[in-house]
Design a protein around this ligand. Sequence first.
Ligand code: HEC
Ligand code: HEC
Length: 472
Amino acid sequence: MKCDPRNRFVAIPTFVLVVAVAVVAACTSPPDHPTPPPDSPSPDASPGSAGAPDGPPSVIGPIGRGEALFHDRRLVGLGGNGRACSDCHVDSDSFQLSPAIAEARFQRMIATGVDDPLFRPIDADDFVASGDAASDYDSLRHQGLIRVRMPLPANIKLVDPASCMTGGVPAPCETATSYLTSPSTFTDVWRAVPSVLNVSVSGSDSHGPVWPRDPGPQGGYQLDGRVDTLQNQARAAFLSHAQVMTVPDPGMLDDLATYEKGLLAPAEPPLNELETKGKVVFDRACAQCHNGPGMSTPITGPVGIVRFFDDHAACPRSVDTVSPPRWNFPPCPPALARKEQTYEIELADGFKMRRTSTDPGRALLSGFVFSGPFAADGSCLHPPCGLPFADDWQKLEMAPLHGISKTAPYFHNNSAATLEEVVIHYEEVFKRASALFPPPEMPHLLTTDGVHRDRPNVPSERSALVAYLMRL
Ligand code: HEC
Ligand code: HEC
C-alpha cells in the first residue's frame, strides 16, 4: 500500500480498526510514498479532530499544507534523512512514540529489508563511538527514547568515566578522588517523544509563576521549556531530527504551527463515582502543578509552586541516608542507569562539585546548580545554597496530561510503565519532601492552606486517582 498521509485520514474512519491499523502500519513504512504537493487537498484537521477527521477533506490552506509537511519524508529541496515529524509523533499513537511501536517497526524493517527512517544513526546508542555507521537502536526500540544533543554551559563539563580512580582503582565518578573532565562541548540526554496534542495550550503562558532564569521563564516547548514558539521548535526539529541541509522558510514553519495547534486531545468526559473521588485527590495533590487548560501550568501560591520541577524520574534516584528510609524510589532499570553521566559543575567562585544524572534538565541551559542544602547532615556543602526547588538541576516543565491514558510509558525518560507506577512514584516524591521539610516548614508542595500538610497522595487513594487519570 502506498503511504500517502491522506490515506490514513480517509481510511481510519471508513474501515474497521484492523484496516486502519494496516494503513497506519503501511504509513510507518519507508520512503517510496509520494509526498503530497504542498498545495494538495488535505483532510480537515480542525480542532477536536486530533488529525483523524470524519468530515470532507478541507482544501488548500495553512492547516492542509502544515499537515502535509508534518507527514513529509522527502522534504524536497531541503535535504534531510528521510524522516517526517510523523515518524516520531505517530498519528495512530496520539502523536507520540511508544516503545511497542518503535520495536514493531524495527522488526518489520529487519523482516522486510525495507528501510524505516525512524532508525537513523543520530539516535543510535553507539552513535558517539561509531558515527554514521552506528546501528544499535536499543534505547529507541525498548524505551522509545531519542538522543537529544545539548550544548554544555561554560561552567559544566562531563567527567570522563574512564578516568575516575580512587587509590589507583576504578571508582564511581561522583566520589572518585581523581578524575579528568572531557573536552566535549555537548552532552547527550535521552528523551521520550512527547505528544503534540494540545500544544496550543501547553507552551508558555502568563498566568503561572515566573522562573527567575531564562530561557522560557513562563514555560515553553520541549520537555525543559527551552523553545519559545512552535516555529522555532519545528526549525530545530528539522535540523536535528530530520538533519535537513536547508532550513524551511518561515511560511512553511507557520503552516506547521497552524496544523499542530489544531491537534487537540479529547475533552474530559463525565466521571463516575470512583473517578470523581480521584479528581478530588488530583485537585489536592497534583493540580498545584498540573493546572490550566493544558494541565501543565502550576498555580502561584503563598510559598509559590515553581514553574519547573524535579520530580525525581531521572536516574540515579534519590536514596535516603536515614534508616529505615523515609522514602523509597524503585531503582532505575539498568537500561536507563547506563545513561547516567557525571558532570563537574563550577560555581561562580571556582568551587567545583560533581553530580550524576541521566538528564540535568534546565541546568544544561543555565549552568545554575546549588550545592546544597542536602549534604548528609543537612548542611550546605558550599554557598550559594538554597531550596532544592529553586535551582535548575533536573528541572523540567510540568507535563500536559490530557489524553494521558493513551501515551504510556510516562515521564521524560519513559521510566514509568503505567499510570499506577506514576501515582506510586508521586507517593514517594511527597514522602521525600515531607522528610526533608519537617514541620514547621510548610512548602506549598505539601499544603493546600498553609496550615495542614495535606497534599500528599496516599496508597488508599491509588485506584481512584488512576481511574481519574485514565479519563483525562
Ligand atoms: C526523531 C524523532 C523526532 C522527530 C523526527 C521529530 N520530533 Fe518532535 N520531539 C521529539 C522529542 C524527543 C522531543 C522532546 C525533546 C526535548 O524535550 O528535548 C520532541 C518535542 C517536540 C515538540 C514539543 C512538545 C511540547 O509539548 O513541548 C513539538 C511541538 C514537536 N516535537 C514537533 C515536531 C515537529 C513539527 C517535527 C517535524 C519538523 C518533529 N517534532 C520531529 C522527537 C522527534
Ligand atoms: C511539584 C510539581 C508536580 C506535582 C505536585 C505533580 N507533578 Fe506530575 N509532573 C511534574 C513535572 C515537572 C513533570 C515532568 C517530569 C518528567 O517527565 O520527568 C510531570 C510529569 C507527570 C506525568 C508524565 C506525563 C508524560 O506525558 O509522561 C504524569 C502522568 C504526571 N506528572 C502525573 C501527576 C500526578 C498524578 C500527580 C499527583 C499525584 C502529579 N503529577 C503531581 C510536576 C508535578
